[in-house]
Design a protein around this ligand. Structure first.
Ligand code: DLL
Length: 433
């Protein structure tokens, strides 16, 4: 089934006409409601009336995560708080998160885009949808929830954690569709096997997994371990949350909800647009958002676009799997982590130097993150009580900012290799090929 045939199966001419009309309206609206972006447009010498064709989008300045940081918390909001019905948030590059506000209309579009994605998994009103994404400021839980409600399914708002209880509900409530991060799906699959439950003993038949990069081999393991079909769902808080794109039963890239989000791929060096098939940085313009519209938002995700026909009947452009980032953001346990956040914490402790390294690994299905950091020159680390106390304080401060646990290992001053060019702050031993 296709949730919204009119938009998802529109011919190219119709889709382009919808996109152009919405793009022009968005640019005019942004120019009139967000002084910061209006100033950027003035500086670039472009006015809303200059956008006559879709290609003219290239005249417009980008919005970056630095713009969000500079305007923290709500400088890019286009509506007063009384018209904002929801706030969601994700990690920023420093101590301050990115804050996004949604109007009622934005919430409806978000639910619509997830409803389309859930329908791609074959989910419908008779299904029990088991949501094991985190609920809260992270968009995963509440985004999947809104989509599941929109299709009229029975929603099981589990949130993350307590895997034994997840499996109990899955069995007793006969969950049909699982929504969580792929790494958590793998954890659940392993726990199911350990508990001696066979995949055919579960009613699950599909899963909608995203929020972090994953591979075909992970997909194979999840599909086999849970006896389901696994679908990829992509999105980011700045643009809306999950549902910007989702893979259909053909498993050949993710269909972008193009009437709501206009995609471009740019060369991250020259910033020039690239044609379909060529890999580069994904850039999105929201076409119907009114709370915090985004024009040419640089996602930093690397992928390519596909415009060939899809056998499923949908005509929307697809994006490939995300296979890298143009910045240093890591996704650990489904949470976005920037090394600069860690640096902000270290800088608060006079006892530490700014020489550090983050070690990211995967044990079984679970990510691990460890910080190795040097004590300041002259500090001796054989006072066990002092070291333990420091460890507690630093681990606590890291958890506060990162929202996940990070083990800390202290080293003597000078123990870490010194950089001779770009400092290599992260060693990521996980494999995403
Ligand atoms: O992760 C939204 C989401 C929730 C998507 C649940 C899918 C499912 P943020 O926390 O703002 O939003 O993180 C966005 O996560 O720029 C990508 O780098 C990464 N990401 C999201 N989905 C995928 C995916 C949510 N399917 C950042 N594959 C994005 C690879 C993904 N990376």
């Amino acid at each position: 089934m296709i949730w919204n045939k009119e938009m998802e199966c529109a011919d190219r001419e119709t889709m382009c006409a919808v996109q152009l009309e919405r793009l022009q309206a968005t640019v005019k609206y942004e120019y009139e409601h967000v002084p910061y972006y209006a100033a950027k447009m003035d500086k670039a010498g472009v006015k809303p009336e200059d956008i006559r064709t879709l290609e003219d989008i290239a005249l417009l300045p980008f919005i970056t995560k630095e713009d969000l940081a500079d305007n923290y918390p709500s400088g890019l909001f286009a509506q007063p708080m009384e018209n904002i019905v929801r706030i969601q948030s994700s990690s920023g590059t420093t101590g301050k998160p990115k804050i996004i506000g949604y109007t009622e209309g934005d919430m409806a579009d978000w639910a619509e885009s997830v409803a389309r994605g859930l329908t791609m998994c074959g989910a419908g009103k008779n299904d029990v949808i088991h949501i094991a994404y985190g609920y809260g400021l992270f968009t995963g839980g509440l985004g999947a929830h809104a989509g599941a409600e929109a299709i009229g399914a029975t929603v099981l708002p589990m949130s993350t954690g307590n895997t034994a209880r997840q499996i109990m509900f899955m069995q007793d409530m006969k969950s049909d569709v699982l929504c969580c991060t792929p790494s958590y799906a793998l954890t659940i699959a392993e726990a199911v096997e350990k508990a001696g439950i066979r995949p055919e003993d579960l009613r699950l038949r599909a899963g909608l997994f995203g929020a972090e990069p994953w591979t075909q081999s992970m997909r194979d393991k999840i599909e086999k371990g849970l006896g389901i079909r696994a679908h990829d769902i992509y999105g980011l808080t700045e643009i809306t949350g999950p549902g910007v794109s989702t893979s259909c039963e053909e498993n050949c890239g993710m269909h972008i909800q193009e009437d709501l989000f206009y995609p471009e791929i740019i060369d991250p060096e020259t910033l020039k647009p690239l044609p379909a098939g060529e890999s580069g940085e994904l850039v999105f313009t929201t076409l119907n958002k009114r709370g915090v519209p985004m024009i040419r938002y640089r996602t930093r995700d690397i992928c390519y676009l596909m415009d060939e026909k899809c056998e499923c009947g949908r005509t929307t452009v697809r994006m490939s799997r995300v296979f890298g980032r143009t910045d240093d953001m890591l996704i650990v346990k489904g949470v976005n982590v920037f090394p600069s956040q860690v640096e902000t914490v270290i800088a608060e402790f006079d006892e530490l130097t700014l020489n550090y390294k983050l070690l990211v690994d995967r044990k079984g299905a679970s990510d691990t993150i460890e910080l190795m950091v040097e004590f300041a020159e002259g500090l001796i680390i054989d006072d066990i009580e002092f070291v333990e106390n420091m460890r507690k304080r630093v681990e606590h401060a890291l958890r506060e900012i990162l929202q996940i646990g990070c083990k800390v290992r202290f080293l003597n001053a000078g123990a870490l290799p010194r950089s001779e060019g770009k400092a290599v702050r992260v060693e990521d031993r996980r494999r995403f090929e």
